[in-house]
Unconditional design. Structure first.
Length: 104
């Protein structure tokens, strides 16, 4: 479950890049395409973690990261298969690390 914080007015971070509206992080100046992406990005700087695993209590910045954690750690789901040997992994990162034994 997660808690809601008061809404931040992200309109003040809106900038124009060419003909496109973008949003710029006030802390690191990273330019992002959508206001909701900036909202999530800002959690990196505040270490705000709104999503808590009900099984182990570990906290995450995004719902998708919590879902990935739950599937791989608690349900042991492995969706990513090695094209060389067929071994399965719970994340694309772990698969990429593994594939180095085949490709060098």
């Amino acid at each position: 479950k997660h808690q809601r914080k008061p809404k931040t007015n992200l309109e003040e971070y809106k900038i124009l890049v060419g003909d496109s509206v973008r949003y710029q992080c006030p802390i690191c100046q990273l330019i992002l395409k959508r206001n909701y992406i900036l909202k999530t990005h800002l959690r990196i700087h505040t270490d705000e973690r709104l999503f808590t695993c009900e099984q182990c209590g570990k906290q995450y910045r995004t719902a998708s990261t919590l879902t990935r954690h739950t599937k791989s750690v608690h349900f042991k789901i492995k969706e990513y298969g090695c094209e060389f040997c067929g071994k399965m992994f719970s994340s694309p990162t772990n698969l990429d690390i593994h594939k180095r034994i085949h490709t060098g």
